[in-house]
Design a protein around this ligand. Structure first.
Ligand SMILES: *Cc1c(COP(=O)(O)O)cnc(C)c1O
Length: 427
């Protein structure tokens, strides 16, 4: 599939049926797999042969879908997880352990920020946060001798900042560590971080990849480019024998192309068990089949809504990198030439009260914490996710009280704009 364009990979990647086999990927709804002899199965346990034995670690349905996502990102190996949270945790914890340090963009999803700054800190992994707009000097100053990785989001949720992936990749590599990029909002249709130097990509497949709001899920993809053995002192988990697998050294046995995902499956999925169900993997694949068609429409609708809002007298400001005046417009031209995503955020002049009247008056756009599916939805952080903060604190956090995050779905842009217009009239 690697010679085909992304549209073809969306539809047909990951699974090629043989003669007389199902055209659509089969849902292998089985926890276990049968073998003729104990020796056959023993080889699987020792990672001497590849195959399936227990769905907590691997399942054929998941592997077809993971293979498609690997093709979409241009990676060498991938795995599915039960959620985006699990994907980000696994990707980081596969490299960093107690006593280690990470560098992360400060503009990231709130759930990931909590994971890093609270839960992983309790596990003894410290993180230095840097602005996505930092200088090279500021970025380089964040590294320590025990830094194991750099983390950022292509388009941050919900701040909608665009990361300079090349700048972050260069700094990571200069310090002998990989760059992990959460590519959830852009999707591989609009940006493939490996082409800009990233080493590992993660996804909350819950968002655009699924696209219909039916299943929570995640994915991790390896570019196969990072040379673990060249930095063996930093990554003992990959470069020294694993006692729980009869002394296998992942980077030696599976090489650059396979070591990261094999270790992540064999150790972390085995021990934490955050596997995606085969049924959800099947739904995810249905979403992936139309991802390229849907992303274009989400972007078209996002652009139309952002342009309408920008001209409206009751709107104080609009954040959308597709707008020529936006702070991230130039960076988006480089990294996201086909468009960014359908999420637009804007501030109403009347603050929290105006946001409340506006949202309650919408007919098409539902109030939800979700983003990135076929149906338009919106959220006022000040009255929901950030409601414990007062107006001063909200302003300091970059989430003013009148801020509305709107995820433009696949409806008619004209209908969405008419709905927004009538709701703004009520403000
Ligand atoms: C939603 C989201 C996550 C978390 O994913 P879940 O599937 O909800 O666990 C991680 N990163 C980004 C950018 C997200 O938008």
């Amino acid at each position: 599939m690697s010679d085909y364009r992304i549209e073809t990979k969306c539809v047909q990647g990951g699974y090629t049926p043989g003669n007389g086999e199902p055209r659509q990927i089969p849902i292998v709804q089985s926890t276990t797999f049968k073998y003729a002899t104990g020796e056959d199965m023993g080889k699987l346990f020792d990672l001497e042969a590849s195959g399936y034995f227990y769905t907590r670690l691997q399942n054929p349905t998941n592997d077809y879908v993971a293979a498609k996502i690997a093709e979409l990102e241009g990676g060498t190996a991938a795995m599915l997880t039960s959620s985006g949270q699990a994907a980000n945790f696994f990707a980081m914890f596969n490299l960093a352990s107690c006593g280690d340090h990470m560098v992360a963009s400060s503009s990231i999803y709130g759930g990931t920020f909590n994971l890093i700054s609270v839960t992983m800190a309790k596990m003894g992994i410290e993180t230095t946060f840097v602005s996505p707009d930092c200088t090279d000097e500021e970025l380089n100053a964040a590294f320590r001798p025990n830094t194991k990785l750099v983390f950022g989001e292509t388009i941050a949720n919900p701040a909608l900042t665009v990361l300079d992936i090349e700048q972050f990749a260069k700094a990571a590599h200069a310090h002998g560590v990989p760059l992990i990029i959460d590519n959830t909002f852009a999707t591989p249709v609009n940006c493939r971080p490996f082409e800009w130097g990233a080493d590992i990509v993660t996804h909350s497949t819950t968002k655009y990849m699924d696209g219909h709001g039916v299943g929570v899920g995640g994915a991790i993809v390896d570019s196969g480019k990072f040379d673990w053995m060249a930095h063996a002192d930093k990554f003992p988990g990959l470069c020294t024998p694993d006692d729980s697998y009869h002394g296998i050294t992942y980077a030696e046995k599976f090489g650059k192309a396979g070591a990261f995902i094999t270790k992540c499956t064999a150790q972390l999925m085995r021990d934490f068990g955050s596997i995606q169900s085969p049924q959800n993997a099947f739904y995810l694949n249905l979403g992936l089949e139309s991802l390229h068609v849907r992303m274009a429409r989400h972007c078209e609708n996002g652009q139309a809504v952002a342009e309408f809002l920008q001209k409206h007298p009751k709107v104080a400001s609009v954040s959308y990198c597709g707008l020529p005046g936006d702070k991230y417009h130039e960076r988006a031209k480089k990294y996201l030439p086909k468009g960014s995503c359908g999420v637009v955020s804007f501030e109403l002049k009347g603050g929290r009260e105006a946001a409340s009247v506006f949202m309650n008056s919408l007919r098409l756009a539902a109030i939800e914490t979700h983003v990135a599916d076929a149906r338009t939805c919106c959220l006022n952080p000040a009255s929901t996710t950030h409601r414990q903060m007062n107006d001063e604190q909200l302003k300091a956090a970059g989430v003013p009280a009148g801020l509305v995050r709107m995820s433009c779905g696949l409806e008619s842009a004209d209908d969405l704009i008419a709905d927004i217009a009538q709701a703004l009239e009520k403000v």
